[in-house]
Ligand binder design. Structure first.
Ligand code: SAM
Length: 231
């Protein structure tokens, strides 16, 4: 239960909105309900924590929109026993949601200062099954592969081959693919040596920067629609 009644009410309103917009998995809704999003946003944005919006977290990055977190998490179809790889730790919020739904979470962030802050908050929330590493997540994290589920919270030019190689048989990969500002959210399922891809809809994410993503500097290239809310 949240000590702040205003935030508790806002959280329930958000949950109702997510349900209306297509997040139906009760386990996912329950995880979102129990993770205090206000811990993951800058103090000055605390009162906006339960708006269904992406918010800035520093280093030019964002905490994703709750609806996108809900839909991507739901698409992973987690039962509780999975090993999950997240690319793009950011604030750590998505990892905190995942840690309630799967056995072990490995999360990779390219900015050390974001990884450090996320690690601290996740520790304070007692998320013991999450490990956060600094690195280029477009190459995955081979030491813990294969993964039953992979979630990429930054937009890639194509599905990085290293991530496909680290996906277990029957595993699911959710990833936004395409240029800025708008990408297609893909659900890729591995079935033996082949993969099956389904399109889940349009999204707006910050770029995945790395060897299997976009080149460094992509974020500085101006967009005509800059500022319209990447997640
Ligand atoms: N999942 C995050 C959360 O819950 O707050 C939101 C992630 S934010 C939209 C995207 C993140 O991906 C940023 O923190 C960015 O630094 C990170 N990122 C981009 N390219 C990356 C890469 N190659 N490896 C690891 N992290 C990367």
């Amino acid at each position: 239960m949240r000590a702040d009644n205003g935030l508790a009410v806002a959280c329930e309103q958000l949950i109702a909105e997510l349900q209306r917009e297509g997040v139906r998995d009760p386990r996912v809704l329950d995880a979102i309900r129990h993770v205090p999003r206000e811990w993951f946003v800058p103090p000055e944005l605390r009162e906006h924590a339960y708006r269904n919006a992406a918010l800035p977290i520093g280093a030019g990055q964002t905490i994703s929109q709750p609806l996108v977190v809900g839909l991507m998490t739901q698409a992973l179809g987690l039962c509780g026993d999975e090993r999950v790889l997240e690319i793009g730790t950011g604030s750590g919020y998505q990892a905190a949601v995942l840690c309630r739904l799967a056995r072990a979470i490995v999360s990779i962030e390219r900015f050390p200062e974001l990884a450090e802050r996320a690690r601290r908050i996740l520790d304070e929330l007692d998320c013991r099954n999450v490990e956060v590493h600094v690195g280029d997540g477009s190459l995955g994290w081979p030491p813990r592969a294969p993964y039953d589920a992979i979630i990429v919270t930054a937009a890639a030019p194509e599905v990085p081959p290293a991530l496909l190689a680290q996906l277990a048989d029957g595993g699911r990969l959710v990833i936004p693919v395409g240029p800025r500002p708008t990408q297609e959210l893909l659900l890729v399922t591995r079935i033996g040596p082949t993969t099956h891809t389904r399109e889940l809809g349009a999204v707006r994410f910050v770029p995945l920067v790395g060897a299997g993503g976009w080149p460094p500097g992509i974020e500085e290239v101006p967009l005509p629609e800059e500022g319209t809310g990447s997640v």
